[in-house]
Design a protein around this ligand. Structure first.
Ligand code: APR
Length: 245
């Protein structure tokens, strides 16, 4: 039995602007392995700096490309979960809705969420290391990494590597959505890593009701108005059921 406070359901019914932050907990429900879980077998001997930094890419672009290709192939076999689909439904329910994710698996996009900020980018896109041109499809059979059609630079995954800044435009969309939110939901994240860590604080300061959905208590407990304890794939559909009945 999932207990959701009627005051929270009432607040959501009245709300016009809702922002959601998701993290690894949601990806796990779809079976997406963590970075650490992919550093096994032939990848076990590498340091994350070899695989997920600009320096690593400059040193050995083929190695980095192949590690991401291996991870992409795993993720392509994963399916969006009930949480992903519930968040698509929530997007339809509110006048203004923004979904911010720290996940790079592209599953929110695949399931149909469109008001979406992928804070750490997406493994399903690439961009030219030199000129920045984006690609959502590319040939895998010739050069490794594939080459940009514009200037011949190597393509790299469109994800935020260690030591890189977050895309400014996406970051400001995220902060705007959070500052305007009347209800802010943190789902499946410990929100310890910046910039995600500051988002619940910004929401709280701006007067939003802050809700955490997580089986475990996190540092967010200090400021959260509600903690819905449990798995997102159970709680989110139940939240929608109660909202719409
Ligand atoms: N439903 C909801 N929450 C869950 C579930 C679930 N089914 N399963 C696990 N969780 C919770 C855990 O209890 C934990 O609090 O998800 C949270 C995952 O926390 P982290 O592993 O710290 O991941 P996250 O907060 O997303 O931060 C890691 O930083 O390294 C970067 O980009 C990387 O996105 C990653 C982020």
């Amino acid at each position: 039995m999932i207990e959701i406070a009627t005051q929270l359901i009432d607040r959501l019914r009245q709300a016009e602007r809702v922002t959601v932050l998701t993290g690894t907990g949601v990806a796990r429900e779809s079976g997406v392995p963590t970075v650490r879980e992919t550093m096994v077998g032939e990848w076990a001997g590498y340091d994350i700096v070899d695989l997920a930094t600009q320096q690593g890419f400059i040193r050995n672009p083929r190695l980095v490309w192949e590690w991401y290709a291996y991870r992409r192939a795993i993720i392509e076999q994963c399916q969006p979960s009930a949480s992903h689909y519930a968040l698509v439904d929530l997007e339809q329910y509110f006048e203004q809705f923004l979904l911010i994710t720290q996940n790079i698996d592209g599953l929110h996009w695949r399931s149909g969420s469109r008001d979406l900020v992928e804070l750490h980018g997406s493994i399903m896109r690439t961009r030219c290391f030199e000129c920045g041109t984006y690609y959502t499809s590319w040939a895998e059979d010739e050069s490794i990494p594939p080459i940009c059609g514009r200037d011949g630079g190597y393509l790299r995954p469109d994800v935020v590597w260690l030591g890189e800044g977050h895309p400014k435009h996406e970051l400001s969309r995220a902060y705007r959505g959070v500052a305007q939110a009347q209800v802010f939901l943190s789902v499946g994240t410990t929100a310890q890593v910046q910039p995600a860590a500051s988002l619940p604080l910004v929401a709280k300061r701006a007067g939003a009701v802050v809700v955490e959905i997580n089986p475990e208590e996190t540092a967010l407990a200090v400021i959260a108005d509600y903690w819905l304890q449990g798995e997102a794939c159970e709680i989110l559909p139940e939240l929608i059921r109660q909202l719409t009945t």
